[in-house]
Design a protein around this ligand. Structure first.
Ligand SMILES: Nc1ncnc2c1ncn2[C@@H]1O[C@H](COP(=O)(O)OP(=O)(O)O)[C@@H](O)[C@H]1O
Ligand SMILES: [Mg+2]
Length: 288
């Protein structure tokens, strides 16, 4: 499902002395099934953009269109929007409130018109997709799980309606390496099911690995828009917009200072490894 922003501007506390322009005339088209990373330093407008797409905020000017339809036009079915767009907030585990995992995840489809049996199957599928054994945990309290697990439960709650668009606002912030890795696999799985994914993150390595496109925001404007390779090709720009280089980039720069030559600048771990293997091909590295 496509997402379109036509000259979208948004201000918090508009028409007051405290007015803050969070987005300025953003023009954007994201095609059906794209996996898009959104980067930029704190306060540049990432969360505001995501909330506008989810219909949680209304633009001050311009139009937000999902599948070609203006979601803020009178008569647009907001119920349909909630079904189409899944939104995972920053630290979603703070918003768990039901008494059992099953009830928690089912909340989003409570009034969907699905039968009780269908709802249960949806909840089972969402939890299994997040790596949980449904029968074993369905009656447990969501609050009895670890931080990473709670986050996965919250995400199950966002995908249970089988949204066509999934928006994740820094979904891996504060998670340990193992939870992050399992998370990345889930993300790819969802995208393979044809969901359009918007993933807000500061993690350059992960976005280079999984996103097909990266948007960089700065002071409420989209200042870069391209493939990960295009976005990270210019170190001066990544520094200017404070999006940081991933570890792959840092290691490859260190190696190049030592005289390594890569056929192509690596941006993914696989490419870094391939470059290294290529360099050492035919040499007895150990004990050399
Ligand atoms: N609820 C709010 N009330 C007032 N100002 C806000 C609110 N949320 C965000 N802002 C301001 O809007 C701008 C963009 O914020 P945000 O979209 O949260 O950025 P990001 O997610 O990139 O950190 C910032 O200047 C921020 O301080
Ligand atoms: Mg934010």
């Amino acid at each position: 499902m496509s997402i379109e922003l036509n000259h979208v501007s948004f201000c918090y506390d508009s028409h007051t002395a405290d007015e803050i322009a969070a987005l300025r005339e953003v023009e954007l088209f994201i095609g059906d099934g794209e996996f898009v990373g959104i980067m930029g330093h704190t306060g540049c407008g990432k969360t505001t953009l995501a909330q506008l797409v989810a219909g949680l905020l209304t633009p001050l000017a311009g139009a937000v269109k999902i599948d070609g339809a203006d979601i803020n036009k009178k008569g647009y079915d907001r119920k349909l929007l909630r079904k189409k767009v899944g939104f995972v907030f920053q630290y979603p585990e703070h918003q768990l409130f039901e008494t059992t995992v099953e009830r928690e995840v089912a909340f989003g489809i409570k009034n969907s018109g699905l039968s009780k049996g269908e709802q249960k199957e949806r909840v089972r599928a969402a939890l299994e997709c997040m790596g949980f054994p449904f029968e074993k945990i369905r009656k447990e309290s969501p609050l009895s799980f670890s931080g990473g697990e709670k986050r996965r439960i919250a995400i199950a709650g966002a995908i249970v309606s089988e949204p066509d668009i999934l928006i994740l606002d820094e979904p891996t912030a504060g998670l340990d390496a193992k939870s992050r890795a399992s998370f990345h696999k889930i993300m790819v799985k969802l995208n393979h099911r044809k969901a359009t994914v918007l993933w807000i993150s500061h993690d350059a390595d992960s976005l280079c690995e999984y996103a097909g496109r990266i948007l960089v925001l700065e002071k409420g404007k989209v200042v870069m828009d391209g493939t990960p390779r295009e976005v990270f090709a210019d170190p001066a720009k990544t520094e200017q917009y404070q999006i940081g280089a991933g570890r792959v980039r840092v290691i490859s720069e260190m190696l190049q200072k030592q005289g390594f030559r890569f056929r192509q600048e690596p941006i993914r771990y696989r490419e870094l490894l391939d470059g290294l293997c290529n360099h050492f091909k035919g040499r007895n590295v150990i004990g050399e």
